[in-house]
Design a binder for this molecule. Structure first.
Ligand code: FMN
Length: 183
């Protein structure tokens, strides 16, 4: 059965290494009949969580802040798969994607939890200059455990600094295959 996939792309580089993984993943996922919506977070107006605990998951727009997260909430609510795509920044995800993840908390607040569980699955796509992915993998595992989303896999592309470095490398094919494996 085809799946609805949401990709949160946290790279600021539209033609960079993370975006190359996203492109390959999307090609694979679509070839298997899935639908894909990508949010290029750096081009969106998304503010940091205020920590007000005032969200209401049952509302169409669950957060008290009104910004471009209102484009993401409806897509996340109805999706089956959420892909986190990001460059490695200081052993972590980029600020762009961390900010969006915090704001997803609004879907956990109020009347019902629309974020956790719901048979959702997830995957992680990352690019980095080096290979220091251990800390971010621990974070991702904790996130998956909390959200009760099944991890479908990672593609961790180390050794890539400049735009274009990743072209022709095996991780591009791995991202394609991961996308294609979703059915
Ligand atoms: C602010 C910043 C922090 C970074 N921190 C790391 C890091 O901790 N480890 C690493 O291997 N690469 C680090 N890098 C390199 C990027 O992860 C690398 O250039 C990656 O390919 C960028 O992906 P993109 O093309 O999708 O933007 C950093 C780059 C920037 C701009």
């Amino acid at each position: 059965m085809s799946k609805k996939i949401v990709i949160l792309n946290g790279s600021p580089r539209k033609t960079g290494n993370t975006s190359a993984l996203v492109k390959a993943f999307t090609k694979g996922a679509k070839s298997a009949g899935n639908s894909v919506i990508e949010f290029f977070l750096d081009s969106m107006n998304i503010h940091g969580c205020k920590g007000c605990f005032g969200g209401h998951s049952s509302k169409e727009y669950p957060c008290v802040q009104k910004d471009d997260m209102d484009k993401i909430y409806p897509a996340v609510k109805e999706c089956d798969v959420i892909v986190l795509a990001t460059p490695l920044y200081y052993w972590n995800m980029s600020g762009q994607i961390r900010t969006a993840i915090d704001r997803l908390f609004a879907l956990e607040e109020g009347d019902g939890n629309l974020l956790r569980g719901h048979d959702r699955t997830s995957a992680l796509l990352m690019a980095a200059e080096g290979h220091g992915f251990d800390d971010v993998l621990l974070y991702y595992d904790h996130l998956m455990e909390h959200l009760r989303w099944k991890n479908l896999g990672h593609v961790l592309a180390g050794g890539n600094e400049d735009i274009g470095d990743i072209e022709g490398k095996p991780e591009i094919q791995k991202a394609f295959e991961l996308g294609k494996s979703i059915q």
